[in-house]
Design a protein around this ligand. Structure first.
Ligand code: PRP
Length: 220
């Protein structure tokens, strides 16, 4: 039986594919998938399910997949309960508080914050002891302070291009984010050998790619 892996579509998928290939997984069918959402590897070892990040945790929690490959931003926001096994050290980005150049956090008044990550945002402002109004936005969060929906945003940034191109500035740096390999706890019991074999293959790839000290590490 093949291991079912929910892989986050888009950026994560593109950054993880070279790792999978280097771990000896034939990804040719994944590369030619077009709009196909379920792809079996040629040898039947794995079945990849292409999903949106937040849905990867939904599939994991329902036991619909054995493994998820997803950003730590989503795992934190969704209060992941499954077993986080490996930091793949790709998809690295950082949470920031950002806004236009005239934003003044110290001005009195309750600030409105736009974000895709209400829980992370709430925890951040609670730590600061600040009461804010949080507006959940599904995407293109950078729009919120530009069109007057919010005073500032909490979002992830990777290259910084989206902030720069929209004249937004970083006012604080929050947690770092990277892509993680997570296993459904029941699957981990039932398919421990296959899952840990995959983890070991990927861990050695991650370590080879990060020999300068930034090494991948088994989380459990
Ligand atoms: C993410 C994030 C920023 C952008 C930052 O959005 O929410 O908008 O990437 O990346 P950068 O620093 O490299 O410019 P994503 O591309 O996932 O799309 P979305 O806005 O539709 O959620």
């Amino acid at each position: 039986m093949s291991l079912k892996i929910a892989l986050t579509k888009g950026r994560v998928e593109h950054q993880v594919l070279p790792l999978l290939e280097a771990a000896g997984i034939n990804c040719s069918l994944l590369k030619e998938k077009n709009r196909k959402l379920i792809i079996n590897t040629a040898n039947g070892e794995f079945q990849f399910i292409l999903a949106k990040g937040p849905d990867v945790t939904t599939y994991l929690n329902a036991g619909a997949v054995d493994i998820g490959i997803v950003g730590s931003d989503i795992l934190t926001e969704q209060r992941n309960q499954q077993a986080e096994l490996l930091d793949l050290k790709v998809g690295q980005c950082q949470f920031v508080l950002a806004s236009t150049n005239n934003f003044n956090f110290n001005q009195p008044g309750r600030k409105v914050i736009g974000t895709k990550y209400p829980l992370i945002t709430q925890r951040y402002f609670e730590k600061l002891g600040r009461d804010v109004e949080i507006i959940k936005i599904e995407g293109s969060v950078e729009l919120a302070p530009l069109i007057g929906l919010a005073d500032a945003i909490v979002d992830i940034t990777e290259t910084g291009s989206t902030l720069r191109e929209n004249n937004l500035y970083v006012y604080d740096y929050l947690d770092l984010v990277s892509t993680r390999l997570v296993a459904n706890r029941m699957s981990l019991k039932q398919h421990a050998t296959e899952i840990f074999s995959l983890v070991d293959r990927l861990m050695s790839v991650v370590q080879d790619l990060n020999q300068s000290g930034n090494q991948g590490s088994r989380i459990k």
